[in-house]
Design a protein. Structure first.
Length: 403
């Protein structure tokens, strides 16, 4: 995880701040790991705000985005302090002004923009189409005018919303250039300079065989050129630029480990049944919004040499969608072997239906500097005595040597 952060920092330089997207892995120990490296936090709920604060985040280094922020969440973060709130609807403007007036506060806000599809080209993933996220780009003049009528809300900048899991540096840079153009327009409309330009997240990691890693060298050179050009324009020359990686930082550091309960041949197909599945790692099953389901990298951790077999890897749940690999070639597994699913540090346990069928929840283990720490204890299915619990296998999601 920290290795990913170091690489990204080397690439982007000092001109672009890094804010960890807490939704990727909201464990306070993981948040704290990044905070100690000077990273800020991007949150999407009041609960994530509380987690970030408990991990040591300063209020000035937290930004709050999300299409459906509740009154209670907004009251809480405004009362306790927040760097920026990224507004996403006209209703939210009215609500936030009311809360700020009631609490006697001034609130810094950024406009979260859903860009026009023509601006994004082939890299379009989630922006540029009807969506609950942000304001459509065409409404920017109206949004700025509306904010101008709300004295408690201070327009600080813009936040571009485009998508996720982008592996093409050229596409990302195109999005970032468009974010700068939107920031310039917002500054012109508001007759002020812009303090922040949030370039968004979306930095991807390779999960599947055909995918290549994001070209950080190309991304970094393009980003530095973009910043240099921006510094020449008085409307944004003092702006603080931000990116919000989550999956990119947390994903590669995690491995989900489960034990083989049985290996069975059904009509010529070998099924490997594990003691955990989509209830612990929904993303790996392809059921976390993926349109095309492919297999994450997977290893037999118990026997990494010898004969190999092409197998289907499934969990213990009574549903055919509890499938973690559809065509994995691994060292031939046997009952009791440990199977590891790589790239599982993001959107793992907290993004999974852990209560489905009431199986035991896995432990989470943080490995760093040659030491390990159980940061989430295993919760058993039923009244298991302590002696038996100690002999039970744990699943691990860990950071490999802080690299």
């Amino acid at each position: 995880m920290l290795g990913q952060l170091r690489q990204l920092r080397r690439s982007l330089g000092d001109e672009i701040g890094i804010y960890y997207s807490v939704k990727a892995n909201p464990h306070p120990k993981i948040i704290g790991l990044f905070l100690r490296q000077g990273v800020g936090c991007e949150i999407a709920s009041g609960g994530e705000y509380a987690l970030a604060r408990s991990a040591g985040a300063s209020v000035e280094r937290i930004v709050f985005a999300g299409p459906g922020k509740g009154r209670d969440e907004l009251e809480y973060v405004v009362a306790h302090g927040i760097g920026e709130i990224h507004i996403e609807s006209f209703e939210e403007i009215e609500l936030l002004e009311e809360i700020a007036r009631h609490l006697g506060k001034e609130v810094g806000v950024a406009i979260r923009m859903n860009p026009a599809s023509a601006a994004l080209g082939g890299g379009l993933l989630m922006g540029g189409q009807p969506t609950a996220f942000g304001f459509e780009e065409e409404s920017l003049p109206e949004v700025v005018r509306t904010l101008g009528r709300h004295p408690r809300l201070k327009l600080k900048g813009v936040h571009l919303y485009t998508g996720t899991q982008i592996l093409d540096a050229g596409v990302l840079l195109g999005h970032w250039r468009h974010a700068v153009q939107i920031a310039l327009r917002a500054a012109e409309l508001a007759n002020t300079s812009v303090e922040t330009v949030d370039l968004g997240g979306g930095l991807g990691i390779p999960y599947f065989v055909h995918e290549k890693e994001l070209d950080l060298e190309l991304l970094g050179s393009g980003a530095k050129e973009l910043i240099a050009q921006s510094r020449l324009d008085p409307r944004i020359q003092r702006a603080h630029f931000v990116v919000e990686p989550g999956r990119f930082l947390a994903g590669p550091g995690g491995t989900y480990v489960a034990r083989v309960r049985s290996v069975k041949n059904c009509r010529g197909t070998i099924f490997v049944v594990l003691d955990g599945g989509m209830n612990h790692n929904l993303a790996a099953s392809g059921n976390l919004g993926q349109v095309v389901r492919r297999d994450y990298p997977i290893l037999n951790l118990t026997r990494q040499s010898g004969p190999q077999s092409t197998v289907v890897v499934v969990g213990p749940l009574c549903t055919p969608i509890d499938t973690l690999a559809r065509k994995a070639t691994i060292s031939t597994p046997r009952q009791g072997d440990l199977i590891g699913i790589l790239q599982s540090g993001a959107y793992g346990l907290t993004a999974s239906p852990v209560g489905f069928l009431s199986h035991a929840t896995p432990a989470e283990v943080l490995v760093a500097g040659g030491k390990y720490e159980i940061i989430t204890p295993r919760q058993p299915q039923f009244g298991i005595n302590q002696g038996l619990r100690k002999r039970m296998r744990v699943h691990t999601i860990f950071e490999r040597g802080s690299e």
